[in-house]
Design a protein around this ligand. Structure first.
Ligand code: GLY
Length: 334
């Protein structure tokens, strides 16, 4: 059993009490000496009732504005815990201890908190940054392969939007090895560095931060289309990988991105991720969902982040529905 209390020792003097939200999937793996609420991880659980459970937990322990909430788990737990902390008594401090690769490189950084509502991803939320995010790659040893791939897709996105040599490094990483190793630690640090640099320049996503959404316009539509079908659910990272393929296809068609990038992503899909297996291939329904994307500024245009080349993203690009359909046809047939 991994007791993470010593990691929290540095906060003890600064807060009147420490309260912990722990992903249910870690109940047999991690523990601590503080009052703990167990919550299910996974996108299908990212809804208001879970937030209410955290508010109730905070109230039951008489949490004050001087209390600290610690979120231990994947992106669902860090997003829900962050939102509960942002809103409880108009805002208390929180710390993230991400335990999935995806949360380590993406969800636990940058202060986006919230939950899914009205069948839309993260449609209710606020920006509220954690006071600290603590990365410990030992958590990764117990992570299922599918979850590792999910985080790896977000790392590929970081390489594509920011750094060609990082992208090449990721492609040459052996995904079959145990993930708690020096090379993976360095890759995680590079991804976090890329995200932090972007967020520091545009914390509230008025422009530049939209580059972090590359692959997500189509990815979120796919993810949401399957969320209520437990047998064919596409998890976030897999959806991002599929979204990267389709959006690199569009980038090639519109901005001349090298077709080789698309080919290499398709190769990864076929070798590791598998093709999208879902009842989600109706382009009309997917496009309807894309119209709800937060990057859109009106009800008619669908806006994307696209790539001119690796490391050269452009945001706010309106793409014609015909080309979106073509990219989906490509994704589902390749
Ligand atoms: N996950 C994208 C962002 O934090 O902006």
């Amino acid at each position: 059993m991994f007791n993470f209390s010593p990691i929290l020792a540095k906060f003890v003097g600064s807060y009147d009490q420490i309260l912990v939200i722990l992903s249910q999937s870690l109940a047999s793996i991690g523990c601590c000496d503080y009052p703990t609420l167990s919550l299910p991880d996974g996108e299908e659980n990212k809804h208001l009732e879970q937030v209410e459970k955290i508010w109730d937990f905070l109230l039951a322990h008489n949490a004050t504005r001087k209390s600290l909430l610690v979120n231990v788990g994947g992106g669902t737990v860090t997003d829900l815990g962050g939102f509960a902390a942002a809103t409880y008594k108009r805002g208390i401090s929180y710390v993230n201890i991400p335990t999935t690769l995806l949360a380590m490189v993406d969800a636990s950084w940058g202060g986006k908190t919230g939950f899914d509502y009205g069948q839309l991803k993260n449609s209710i939320g606020v920006f509220h940054a954690p006071v600290d995010t603590i990365i410990d790659t030992r958590w990764l040893s117990s992570l299922p392969a599918k979850e590792r791939l999910s985080g790896y897709a977000e790392m590929l996105k970081h390489g594509l939007i920011a750094d060609k040599s990082y992208w090449e490094q990721l492609l040459s990483y052996d995904l079959h090895q145990e993930p708690d190793n020096k090379e993976m630690q360095q890759l995680i640090e590079r991804s976090i560095g890329i995200k932090q640099l972007i967020v520091s320049q545009d914390p509230k996503e008025n422009g530049l931060r939209q580059v972090l959404n590359f692959g997500h316009t189509i990815g979120h539509a796919l993810e949401l289309s399957t969320i209520h079908y437990p047998l064919s659910t596409i998890n976030h990272g897999h959806a991002v990988l599929y979204g990267l393929i389709a959006e690199c296809y569009i980038s090639h068609a519109l901005l001349g991105l090298d077709k080789e990038v698309v080919t290499r992503l398709v190769h990864l899909m076929n070798e590791y991720y598998g093709k999208p297996q879902c009842d989600c291939k109706q382009a009309d329904r997917l496009i309807e969902r894309m119209h709800q994307d937060k990057k859109n500024t009106n009800h008619t245009d669908i806006r994307f982040t696209l790539l001119r080349a690796i490391g050269q993203p452009v945001w706010g690009q309106v793409v014609d529905e015909h080309l979106i359909r073509e990219s989906l046809d490509y994704l589902f047939s390749v």
